[in-house]
Design a protein around this ligand. Structure first.
Ligand SMILES: N[C@@H](CCC(=O)N[C@@H](CS)C(=O)NCC(=O)O)C(=O)O
Length: 121
C-alpha cells in the first residue's frame, strides 16, 4: 500500500513537473542592484526537497516566480536526508533551512515556506 501511494505521488509529481515546465510562472523583475541584494539574502536559505514531490514543485514554482536564486538540496537520500532528519527533526520535504544572525531554524510546510518567501522578498 505504501509503495502504491509512493508510486502515485511520484507519477503525479512527474506530471506536475511537465505542467510546471509548460505553463511557466510570471517572474518578477528587479533592478540589478536590487537583485544583488536579494541574492545576498538568499545565500542564507537552503531548500531541502525531493525532485518529484508535488509540494516541492509548488514551492520551487514560487521560488522561480519570486526570482530567487536559492540553493536546493536533494534530501531523497544521502547526507542531506540525514542532515534534515537530525537537525530539522524529521524527513519531510519541502523544508527551508534559514540561517539568521548565527541561528539556524527549519521551516516545514510548503504553504508556510511560500508565505515566508513572499513576506521577505
Ligand atoms: N503538508 C506538507 C506535506 C509534505 C509531504 O507530504 N512531503 C512528502 C513528500 S511529497 C514527504 O516529505 N514524505 C517523507 C518521505 O517520503 O520520506 C507540505 O505541504 O509541505
Amino acid at each position: 500500500m505504501r509503495l502504491i501511494l509512493k508510486l502515485l505521488r511520484e507519477g503525479s509529481g512527474r506530471v506536475l513537473i511537465f505542467l510546471d515546465w509548460a505553463v511557466r510562472p510570471k517572474i518578477i523583475k528587479r533592478s540589478s542592484e536590487n537583485q544583488i541584494q536579494v541574492d545576498k539574502k538568499t545565500e542564507s536559505l537552503k531548500l531541502y526537497e525531493f525532485y518529484a514531490c508535488p509540494f516541492c514543485i509548488k514551492t520551487r514554482r514560487a521560488i522561480k516566480r519570486l526570482n530567487l536564486n536559492l540553493e536546493t538540496r536533494n534530501a531523497q537520500k544521502g547526507d542531506y536526508r540525514r542532515e534534515l532528519e537530525l537537525n530539522g527533526g524529521k524527513v519531510q520535504v519541502p523544508c527551508l533551512r534559514i540561517e539568521y544572525a548565527g541561528e539556524v531554524s527549519w521551516l516545514y510546510e510548503s504553504n508556510d515556506i511560500i508565505k515566508y518567501l513572499e513576506k521577505n522578498f
